[in-house]
Write a protein that binds this ligand. Structure first.
Ligand SMILES: *Cc1c(COP(=O)(O)O)cnc(C)c1O
Length: 376
């Protein structure tokens, strides 16, 4: 059996090596390393894939969030609601821009924000909310959009983990990141659409915002040497765009392979006492950036050790919530008790999840997990 990895980028690359290598060599021959034609081509192909008016590529997912918030031009001290159970980047840029992240709890089943949790945290300073489509499935956007419209606040979707997921609500439909005002994504290598380095993008259906976002990503430049806004220098490399353009053709197949592994895990673990399989939002497809179980907190470390001995890696996303991070002390507001977040940090465990998991590997993981619970 091949060694089991959390993410198997080596074997994924092997399937597309000929095309990727040829594209990389072509880019090097052409030497258009910055803003080469591949960048525009990829942005347009991604636009079509997502059915969104405008995709603006940038250097990474954290920049994508920063560019989005710079474009909103919120007054310093404005509040932005974020889930407490997410990756740090979601809230970091909010502080960098002199805004206050307001950390709220999440739903215990989907691990995502809900409109009710958001509504309890809204004050007259609230200007935006960041639904994070955590682990690969969409937040319930109908309820969040209705709430946002009612309170006149922006919706910035953090879709770094959910590219390709599809939301089908009653009023709002579309790919993750295309429903709110701005969607932000990452092409970090281990993301579902990952490049061979750093990359990111923002998307929007609002033409005015699109123009501003693309200027901000490029020094606030309106035309050469004319600067309308304070911007940043955040670009997707030509080489990365060429690689992403090839991988984009495989994205649906990659999502399907991840779902296949997730379905296997669901069936394997649904009836194991002590284990809780991840809940699925019936209004969203799930692209399984992570497959995350809830396990008894007091046995999590022993389970991880047991699996490690069997050659099975596992990870804790996330061990420490935003509201307990020193960096945010005095720079954020914590709304409510955040008991679910606390419980999740103590009990979640993510299993290997990628496009190359073989039946043999899946069965080995299944057997090992079940053995642990039977033997102990
Ligand atoms: C990965 C990630 C980001 C940041 O992306 P980078 O490309 O690493 O900057 C932001 N938010 C979430 C939820 C992520 O998982």
């Amino acid at each position: 059996m091949e060694p089991i990895r959390m993410v198997d980028l080596q074997r994924q690359y092997a399937h597309i090596k000929d095309r990727v290598d040829a594209a990389v060599i072509r880019c090097m021959d052409e030497a258009n390393f910055i803003n080469g034609p591949e960048v525009k081509k990829f942005a347009i192909n991604l636009q079509n894939y997502l059915s969104v008016k405008k995709v603006i590529t940038c250097a990474n997912g954290t920049d994508a969030l920063q560019i989005a918030f710079m474009a909103l031009d919120l007054e310093p001290g404005s509040e932005v609601i974020v889930p407490s159970f997410t990756y740090v980047a979601t809230a970091e840029v909010i502080c960098l821009l002199g805004l206050t992240p307001v950390m709220v709890d999440v739903d215990p089943h989907t691990f995502n924000l809900t409109a009710d949790l958001i509504e309890q945290a809204i004050t007259e300073k609230t200007r935006a909310v960041v639904p994070v489509h955590l682990f690969g499935q969409c937040v319930d956007m109908d309820a969040i959009m209705a709430l946002a419209r009612k309170h006149n606040i922006y919706v910035i979707e953090d879709t770094a983990q959910a590219i390709g997921a599809e939301y089908s609500g009653c009023e709002y439909n579309g790919k993750a990141g295309t429903i709110g005002d701005i969607g932000c994504t990452s092409f970090f290598p281990s993301k579902n659409l990952g490049c061979f380095g750093d990359g990111g993008a923002v998307y929007t259906n609002n033409e005015e915002l699109a123009a501003k976002l693309s200027m901000i990503a490029n020094h606030g430049q309106e035309r050469k040497y004319v600067h309308k806004y304070i911007g940043i220098n955040s670009r997707l490399d030509t080489l990365q765009a060429a690689i992403l353009d090839i991988k984009l053709e495989h994205l649906d197949e990659y999502c399907e392979k991840r779902r296949h592994a997730a379905d296997f895990y669901d069936n394997a673990f649904r009836n194991v006492p002590g284990l809780v399989i991840p809940a699925r939002n019936p209004r969203s497809t799930h692209v399984f950036h992570q497959y995350t179980l809830k396990v008894p907190a007091e046995r999590r470390q022993a389970l991880q050790d047991y699996l490690q001995d069997k050659g099975i890696p596992s990870m804790i996303y996330y061990p420490l919530p935003l509201n307990e991070q020193e960096a945010f002390k005095g720079k954020s507001r914590i709304a409510g008790e955040l008991n679910v977040t606390k419980e999740l940090c103590e009990s979640v465990l993510s299993l290997p999840m990628h496009t190359e998991l073989s039946q043999e590997q899946l069965e080995h993981i299944q057997q090992s997990v079940i053995e642990f619970f039977q033997g102990n």
